[in-house]
Ligand binder design. Structure first.
Ligand SMILES: [Zn+2]
Length: 341
């Protein structure tokens, strides 16, 4: 697959293509950025390009070498059948990339490629490795053989050891824009309206957009709407807390981020209808009647205040925020905003 077939992160792709055409691809790389934005896919294309039999500045995607890099190995339940391109990921029975895997990488890194031009190692979830495993890589990252490239892939590059990062060239990946997510989905035959709403739900996580089925999106929107209505009308002030104060932290944080985004869209629609705006501009046209009923007693200014609160809450979600406190604070301010003129 050539670089141009990847959606989003055009800057990273440009940098890599330029480096390939100059024969100056860094030997130690960090691909860091949020989940589902194409880091691993880009790393595979780079591995293909470094070994492509047809092109030297990109991957043709068609030659035996390119195909081997992404060939599905049914028996080993993994992708990759190229002897010089090796992917490491967290083993199924573990929670971290293991030291044994990194020791193997280190020993293979000094062996000349078997069939290709370059040995390429991909390490997924590289931030999960122990200090011991990371330290075992320092020497090979510092002085890798000319025929070796090591790509560390991480959703949380801030967690990588400084000694690792200082030896690597970091390429930051960004969430895929809503427009790009929509474009990819529409290219796969998804209806425009569904593509737009899916982009809204996945927040730049293209991988998730391609995995999600419409029922799951509908369920998340329904969930977000129920909470929005409960808090705006005051009929169930504990809705947000009940939904997001408990559960596995990482999952709940991501769910809450998405819910805040969806609720913001419902807030915009409420403000639009409260102002007597054009219903054709609704972000959630299928909820028009329900939003009208809910918006009835809400002033346009109150609806906009709620949108502002949701924005602030979404901006303050990060790794360290206490979700229960965030939900409680948002609930209290929401009620004030909804009842005051
Ligand atoms: Zn090729």
């Amino acid at each position: 697959m050539p670089f141009n077939d990847i959606a989003g992160n055009g800057r990273v792709r440009t940098i890599l293509k330029l480096a390939l055409s100059r024969g100056r691809v860094p030997h130690a790389l960090v691909f860091g950025g949020p989940r589902g934005v194409g880091k691993r896919k880009t790393a595979r294309v780079l591995a293909q390009a470094l070994n492509c039999a047809v092109r030297s500045d990109d991957a043709c995607g068609e030659c035996p070498s390119c195909r081997a890099v992404v060939q599905v190995d049914e028996k080993a339940k993994r992708i990759g059948a190229h002897p010089d391109v090796i992917e490491y990921e967290i083993p199924e029975d573990k929670t971290t990339v293991s030291i044994d895997q990194m020791r193997e990488l280190k020993s293979l890194a000094y062996l000349k490629p078997m069939v290709g031009r370059k040995r390429v190692f991909l390490v997924d979830d590289a931030d999960s490795m122990s200090d011991e495993a990371a330290n075992s890589l320092l020497k090979v990252l510092e002085e890798p053989p000319l025929f070796t490239h090591i790509i560390l892939i991480s959703d949380n590059p801030a967690l990588l050891l400084p000694t690792i990062k200082s030896r690597c060239r970091s390429l930051p990946f960004l969430p895929v824009s809503d427009e790009d997510v929509e474009k990819v989905l529409r290219g796969r035959g998804v209806e425009p309206e569904k593509a737009r709403l899916t982009a809204l739900v996945v927040r730049g996580n293209l991988e998730r957009a391609l995995d999600l089925d419409w029922d799951a999106i509908e369920a998340e929107r329904r969930d977000a709407w129920m909470i929005f209505r409960a808090l705006t009308t005051g009929e169930d002030a504990a809705a947000l807390l009940r939904r997001f104060a408990f559960g596995r932290r990482k999952d709940v944080r991501e769910e809450m981020e998405r819910a805040l985004e969806l609720m913001t869209a419902f807030g915009r629609d409420t403000a639009l209808l409260a102002e007597g705006g054009d219903a054709r501009l609704l972000l959630n046209p299928d909820y028009e009647n329900e939003i009208r009923t809910c918006a009835g007693p809400v002033s346009p200014a109150a609806a906009l205040r709620i949108v502002g609160l949701l924005h602030d809450a979404a901006a303050s979600i990060d790794r360290n925020v206490h979700l229960g406190l965030l939900a409680a604070g948002l609930t209290a301010r929401w009620r004030q905003a909804a009842v005051s003129m």
